[in-house]
Design a binder for this molecule. Structure first.
Ligand code: GLN
Length: 509
């Protein structure tokens, strides 16, 4: 088997080949490293790759396997981590200059769980600075391109992860989602991305942006792969005080059951406020058309489809852009140039306050500064009730809308994001246009609910995603419905959507 082929397999296939002994972990890892070497100059998806370390951990898996050790089914499968997942001894920047050079003294729980499952760390992926953004253009380090069209954004803030997986530079990757940063990059690169129920996946060792919203989750090329990764990282962690001590529902089983294609008895609610009648402003016609077709397909599989109204969702965007910056302004106060990464102007001529100010001035980019200022203002004593307090009330209303909707239906659906991947540079000078990419993903974030993005086809040659939302701790419903849609679409098409990735982009195997 040629190395090129190894990077085209999904994780379920790689796992079969590795377990059967048909390929070695070193073969699989080397194939991905070769592809990174050949393609990532253009794509820019990784911030840090250590080929020797990756090959050494792959060799350790092969050795254990040939020595007869009982290894898990994912042992030897390579993985990429968004660069806000803290990794012991491995550079971790959160896309910011202020953390340049920092090598953490410990690893995040999810990094440990992936390592314990025998997966091989390929590298750390590019991202918007501190996960603030929707295009990865806020990275302090480099531009990341969309494998479908290198002149376009890969989504954000987990755009390095989406570009790496869609471009076959990693079979799957970890992303994080505060307001949409797993789902939106997955949607615009033709991937599956799932934001788990808040508290279902440990946040221990994830560099915090907005702690009441942040969740890590899988980005993969198939629904089943996403479920397999989710099962590895999920579950109670005493080191995260918001971690939920509840059993993880059987997610891979839900994905496999969904792929059988029978949705009889499943009630699907289409959210009017997210691209429905009277709410189509800012939505591209191609996105709405693919969404309609996906919903028709769910109905054809037996689902009972109804329209649902969630009036408070119209307020999700302003509420999020008060709550997230407020929490960020508090979380980012720890970067003062003393404990981690960058320290500027410490030449003996300045006092402590001046060194802190200069470090922050040089270490934070413009979007991060904008959010710190906005968040500090929203939390200040004279304005707290008017801004932060109001936003929290909206959050409650949104949760109530979800509760009422889930009294009637099992899952809710909408487009994942109102547009396909936009051109690089198109929105960098217009923060509100950038924030509009989050329109559909914010409600589930604010309510802490699970939501998946699954490809629903192409519009003008670029991927569109369907979002499927479910009640808390019912992540399995997202996987079941997504897998049914994926299977039906693949069957209708005769191949997978990602097989249409244009060779012209120069990144297809
Ligand atoms: N685009 C949103 C923001 O800029 C969401 C980011 C995220 O989910 N990390 O805040």
């Amino acid at each position: 088997m040629s190395d090129g082929q190894l990077t085209t397999h999904d994780v379920a296939e790689l796992s079969r080949l590795l377990t059967a002994g048909d390929v070695s972990a070193v073969d699989v890892t080397r194939a991905h490293l070769d592809r990174i070497g050949a393609e990532d100059g253009e794509l820019g998806s990784y911030l840090h790759v250590d080929p020797d370390a990756a090959l050494a951990s792959a060799a350790a898996v092969d050795e254990a396997r040939s020595g007869g050790a009982e290894l898990g089914p994912l042992a030897g499968v390579p993985v990429a981590l968004k660069d806000l997942v803290v990794t012991e001894g491995v550079p971790t920047t959160s896309g910011s200059k202020i953390l340049e050079g920092w090598r953490p003294p410990y690893s995040a729980t999810i990094a440990c769980r992936l390592a314990d499952a025998g997966t091989v760390l390929l590298g750390k992926t590019n991202m918007d600075e501190f996960a603030m953004g929707s295009s990865t253009e806020n990275s302090a380090y480099q531009v990341t391109r969309n494998p479908w069209d290198p002149s376009r954004i890969p989504g954000g803030s987990s755009g390095g992860s989406s570009a790496a997986v869609a471009g076959h530079l990693a079979p799957w990757a970890i992303g994080t989602d505060t307001g949409g940063s797993i789902r939106q990059p997955a949607a615009v690169t033709g991937l599956v991305g799932h934001k788990p129920t808040y508290g279902a996946v440990s946040r221990y060792g994830l560099i915090a942006f907005s702690s009441s919203l942040d969740q890590a989750g899988p980005m993969a090329r198939t629904v089943l792969d996403a479920a397999l990764m989710h099962e590895v990282i999920a579950g109670y962690d005493p080191r995260d005080s918001t971690s939920i001590d509840a059993p993880v529902p059987p997610l891979a089983a839900a994905a496999r059951a969904g792929a059988e294609g029978d949705l009889r008895g499943v009630k699907v609610g289409v959210v009017r406020e997210l691209g429905g009648e009277g709410h189509t402003d800012g939505y591209e016609p191609g996105v709405l058309a693919r969404t309609r077709e996906a919903i028709e397909r769910l109905a054809a599989l037996g689902a009972d489809v109804v329209e649902v109204s969630c009036p408070s969702f119209d307020l999700a965007l302003p509420a999020y852009y008060l709550i997230a910056p407020s929490e960020a302004s508090s979380n980012l106060a720890r970067y003062e140039g003393m404990r981690f990464g960058l320290r500027a102007g410490d030449d003996g001529s300045r006092d402590l306050d001046e060194v802190m100010a200069l470090t922050r001035e040089q270490g934070f980019g413009p979007e991060v500064k904008r959010r710190i200022i906005l968040g500090t203002y929203a939390l200040s004593s004279g304005y707290y009730e008017a801004y932060y307090g109001q936003a929290q009330k909206v959050r409650t209303l949104i949760t109530r809308d979800f509760t009422a909707a889930f009294d009637r239906v099992d899952v809710l659906v909408s487009p994942t994001t109102p547009s396909v991947a936009f051109p690089l540079g198109a929105r960098v000078d217009d923060p509100l246009a950038m924030y509009a990419a989050d329109l559909c993903t914010l409600p589930a974030s604010l309510a802490g609910l699970p939501a998946i993005s699954v490809p629903s086809g192409l519009s003008e040659g670029l991927p569109v995603g369907l979002q499927i939302m479910a009640p808390a701790l019912s992540d399995d419903r997202c996987y079941r419905v997504a897998a049914a849609l994926e299977a039906a679409q693949d069957a209708a098409r005769g191949h997978r959507l990602l097989d249409e990735l244009p060779t012209a982009a120069g990144v297809r195997a």
